[in-house]
Design a protein around this ligand. Structure first.
Ligand SMILES: Cc1ncc(COP(=O)(O)O)c(C=O)c1O
Length: 445
């Protein structure tokens, strides 16, 4: 392991910020303003759960590339796999000449994803592209057009995945027309802000059952996130997931689990649906699948995955050999370093601290999560639950100033979420939590 030079946390020393300033000026001149940044940090290098900017300031990274770095930045095994593969073969296009890493990874995904049935995979470049392909598979297999998607869902930024996504601004605003006619939007349980107070799970299931009956023969698939990520880290109750799986089966509708943010150990299982013991027909992955390299996958029932016409799935860069080699290394590291057990430990550490703060700080309206996917929802008033969106931004800014990278989530922009790499040490997690606590106290003082 390369040892890093010791540098101070962001706030503890007066650093020269000239390199950062110069790059930010260039950024403003040459990069579209439509690309947003949760911080103005210009990253230079990173390792594990730590990141250094171009002026040498050190940060703890509680964003983890928005859930992409479950095994941390620059894991040596991933770097080695990337370098070895890059020296051998960087591209053929899998549709022109096959290569081993794509095939081996498809085999691994067939065994890792839940369900004791024959499975096949298609590899693509991103999460949104994987979701698009899952919908293509479901439509080709069923011959039906419609898709059920849920409130607070996020599935990507392409035309179809924007339409599947719930929140308008910034994801869909000004980008229409969208193919929304084929999407049926239904409530997904949100226990803190229920659509059916006192009866949230059953109310949501009843709404789904009614739609499946009303649109009988028209619905190809139901797509859901087992913990809604961008929507605000809203865990789906296990009984709801079980009910959805039963309804999908009864109506012969393809069940698609979007595990792009929840997958690869984040929630204390390989995949979050395992908590509910359900077996989706298709599982969509990306983010931590390849440890920071661009890769997405659709894995599911072989007969569904074989339904599209030959040549119907694919793409020039999909399943790039270097990304596949990185993914195989990620899977090896997850197994050999007990990453899933660490997710449980880290999750408990964070949840305990959040629970303690909630008792004292009225701004923390709700603490929730699954495994190491933990968040707090900030409100101005615990009775009205008015979202504390500006305060959320202020806490994040204050934390960043003190050396902690944090991101928000939520339909109301008022959720602070943690996606710290699961290789973070106990001391690093504690250090980050200390910074977050003092940021919360400063902003609410
Ligand atoms: C649940 C979920 N689905 C889909 C996506 C889209 O993935 P990508 O940004 O790789 O297109 C994301 C990204 O945040 C996600 O969290």
């Amino acid at each position: 392991m390369i040892s890093e030079p010791k540098t101070d946390r962001a706030s503890t020393a007066q650093h020269d910020t000239r390199h950062t300033q110069e790059l930010l000026e260039l950024r403003d001149a040459y990069v579209s303003n439509a690309v947003s940044h949760s911080t103005r940090i210009v990253a230079d290098r990173a390792r594990g759960a730590e990141l250094w900017d171009v002026d040498g300031r050190r940060y703890l990274d509680f964003a983890g590339g928005i859930g992409t770095l479950n095994i941390g930045h620059a894991h040596p095994a991933v770097i080695e796999a990337i370098a070895t593969q890059a020296h051998k073969l960087t591209h053929t296009m899998f549709g022109v000449a096959l290569y081993e890493p794509y095939i081996r990874l498809s085999e691994e995904l067939a065994h890792l994803t839940p369900g004791n049935f024959a499975k096949k995979t298609v590899l693509v470049n991103s999460g949104a592209e994987a979701v698009e392909n899952a919908i293509k598979v479901a439509r080709a297999a069923t011959g039906r057009p419609r898709i059920v998607s849920f409130t607070n869902a996020f599935h990507g930024r392409t035309n179809l995945t924007m339409a599947l996504t719930y929140k308008d601004r910034p994801y869909k605003h000004g980008f229409g027309p969208l193919p929304e006619a084929d999407i049926v939007r239904l409530p997904q349980p949100y226990l803190y802000r229920p659509a059916f107070p006192g009866n949230e799970v059953q109310g949501c299931l009843d709404a789904l059952e009614e739609v499946l009956a009303r649109h009988s023969g028209e619905i190809a698939a139901i797509i859901f996130e087992p913990v809604q990520g961008e929507g605000g880290f809203i865990p789906a109750p296990e009984s709801w997931m079980q009910g959805v799986a039963a309804l999908a089966k009864a109506h012969d509708v393809v069940l698609i689990a979007d595990e792009i943010q929840t997958g690869f150990g984040r929630t204390g299982r390989w995949f979050a649906v395992e908590h509910a013991g359900i077996e989706p027909d298709l599982v969509v992955t990306a983010k931590s699948l390849a440890g920071g390299m661009p890769l997405g996958a659709v894995t599911g029932r072989a007969e569904l995955m074989d339904a599209p016409c030959v040549g119907g799935l694919g793409g020039t860069f999909g399943g790039n050999p270097v990304s596949c080699a990185a993914a195989l290394a990620v899977i090896h590291v997850m197994r050999s370093e007990g990453i899933i057990g660490r997710a449980v430990e880290i999750g408990e550490l964070i949840q305990d601290r959040f629970d303690t703060w909630q008792q004292e700080l009225p701004i923390i309206g709700d603490v929730r999560g699954l495994g190491a996917m933990v968040a707090m929802e900030l409100v101005r008033d615990r009775d009205t639950k008015a979202p504390a969106d500006t305060e959320t931004g202020a806490v994040i800014q204050e934390a960043t100033r003190n050396g902690l990278i944090l991101i928000r989530a939520g339909t109301f922009d008022n959720v602070i979420r943690v996606l710290v790499p699961l290789v973070a040490t106990h001391d690093q997690v504690t250090e980050g939590l200390d910074i977050l606590e003092s940021a919360l106290r400063t902003v609410t003082a």
